[in-house]
Design a protein around this ligand. Structure first.
Ligand code: ADP
Length: 494
């Protein structure tokens, strides 16, 4: 990860919080119950703002607004090119407000401002622009069926989509969900994560300013088992797109059965990152550090199982420990900070519990393992060696800065153990041998494979999980599929 030279160090100003209510049908309204919940700054644990706490009644209103907009057809039947133009305008407004959005993300999530500025918000803008380009390129086929008929398909918007997102990349997850929904002409009810509602609400306002019609994007902040669950069972919702934990996805999958909703899930992982002895070790060590510690380890695709070939194992460990010692933890508004706090107390507690499990199960904690400081949810970058495949720190998603390192001795062992997981989101391999790299890429059961790199994301490249890491794909052309229904039209020519 790039560090910023000392003479450029600066504190970025905290942004003003402007949007705290539900955004329904283009209006800002309190929740029907009048209830609110607090959102905190994870570095100081102080309350930033009270947010309207939406529930079933608010979801009803939001679905009505989205339904009326969809069924009325202003958005879904608008010329596709015009829809694209409004999306480009939205992307331009996001870009004009990028500084504010980055600071809001850092305030709500605690991630370092240098990451919000360099990764989250630029990717948000790229994603909306990418899908703006798709709006007028979504087309069907003509089908040569038997007989005197003309047969063709149309790809129509799936309708009202319910979107439920997590707190690790709040603005980016909103963009991944809004991009394909807007391009295809769907209307949206989004429930952001209760920990991080701020950027999503701000983005909804910018979409409105860009001219996206009222009722196209509705945002209801609130909790999962109340607002989220109401969205999942609502008969007026045609599809649910969810990003979060596998356990939550299973609850949603069951709850969505009665109304036969279309579902896409982007879930967790325990992604294998494999370093062969013939790799460029400088790049591999930097990559392994970044793969796990980026975003405080709070990435669904974090490279949390690091497999290192035995002949270079000890050297890699020494170098990783040195990097952890150099890592700058602290105020996320300081442009030099590399690691901020975890998002909340619950995540902080869970991570430290897994550190204890690691020790109990017999792994060796060679770096970190403790709280950093005494205010905020900071956890030291932590590294375990001597990890075996059955330990809890090797099987479970920790979602924090805890790296489990395993030794291996040949290619077959590495791929077999890499695949020894219920997850299948991502994987990476470090080697100078091009055949080995491609063989690994073909044998590993994961939706994304990085070769000699990690966490390279682009809106054009599909992302999603094999096995219990997901259902369907987001991003790229593949990401449009789940937002359209195919309609077959057959015309008699007789
Ligand atoms: P995470 O560990 O990332 O918080 P969750 O799956 O708990 O993962 O949360 C992701 C999103 O799912 C959040 O917006 C949360 O409020 C929502 N959620 C949690 N439980 C439910 C549920 N039963 N039904 C619908 N949404 C839920």
């Amino acid at each position: 990860m790039a560090t910023i030279a000392e003479n450029t160090a600066q504190k970025v100003a905290r942004p003003e919080v402007r949007q705290t209510l539900c955004f329904i049908g283009g209006k800002w309204i309190p929740s029907a119950s009048g209830k609110t919940f607090d959102t905190l700054h994870p570095a100081t644990e102080e309350v930033i703002a009270q947010i309207a706490e939406g529930d079933a009644a608010d979801i009803d209103l939001a679905v009505d607004a989205a339904r009326a907009q969809f069924d009325g057809g202003e958005w879904s039947r608008m010329d596709a090119r015009e829809r694209g133009r409004l999306m480009y305008q939205f992307a331009d407004l996001l870009e004009e407000n990028a500084g504010e959005l980055a600071a809001l993300e850092t305030l709500d999530n605690g991630k370092p401002i240098s990451d919000s500025r360099a990764a989250d918000i630029p990717l948000v803008i790229q994603c909306i622009r990418y899908y703006a380009g798709w709006a007028d390129k979504i087309q069907g086929d003509t089908i040569p069926i038997d007989g005197d008929f003309f047969c063709y398909t149309r790809r129509e918007p799936v309708g009202v989509v319910g979107q439920i997102i997590p707190w690790n990349f709040p603005a980016l997850m909103a963009a991944w969900k809004w991009g394909p929904a807007l391009a295809t002409g769907c209307t949206i009810v989004m429930k952001p994560a209760e920990q991080t509602p701020l950027t999503c609400l701000r983005m909804a306002r910018l979409a409105q300013k860009a001219g996206i019609p009222d009722g196209v994007i509705n945002v209801v902040p609130g909790y999962g088992p109340t607002a989220g669950a109401a969205l999942v069972t609502h008969p007026g919702v045609d599809k649910i797109a969810f990003t979060g934990e596998m356990a939550t996805a299973k609850i949603i999958q069951r709850a969505a059965t009665d109304t036969m909703k279309r579902l896409t899930f982007e879930l967790g992982g325990k992604s294998p990152n494999v370093i062969f002895a013939d790799a460029d070790l400088d790049a591999a060590v930097d990559g392994a550090h970044f793969a796990l510690y980026f975003n405080q380890g709070q990435c669904c695709c974090a490279g949390s199982r690091l497999f290192v070939e035995d002949s270079v194992h000890d050297e890699v460990i020494d170098r990783l420990i040195a990097k952890n010692q150099d890592r700058r933890l602290g105020d996320p508004f300081d442009t030099e900070t590399e690691q901020g706090p975890q998002v909340d107390q619950a995540q902080f507690d869970k991570i430290l519990e897994y550190v204890e499990y690691g020790k109990q199960d017999g792994a060796k904690c060679v770096s970190g393992g403790k709280r950093h400081g005494d205010v905020g949810y900071f956890v030291e970058p932590t590294l375990f060696t001597g990890v075996t495949d059955d330990m809890r720190i090797a099987t479970d998603e920790i979602f924090g800065p805890v790296l489990s390192v395993m030794k291996f001795s040949d290619f077959d062992e590495a791929t077999r153990r890499a695949n020894n997981t219920t997850f299948g989101l991502a994987a990476a391999v470090w080697t100078r041998d091009i055949s080995k790299a491609h063989r690994f890429a073909s044998e590993v059961r994961a939706g994304t494979v990085w070769v000699n790199c990690y966490d390279v994301f682009d809106s054009a490249a599909p992302f999603g999980g094999f096995k219990q890491s997901g259902l369907g794909r987001e991003l790229g052309e593949a990401g449009l599929a789940a937002y359209t229904e195919s309609k077959t039209v057959t015309v008699s020519l007789g």
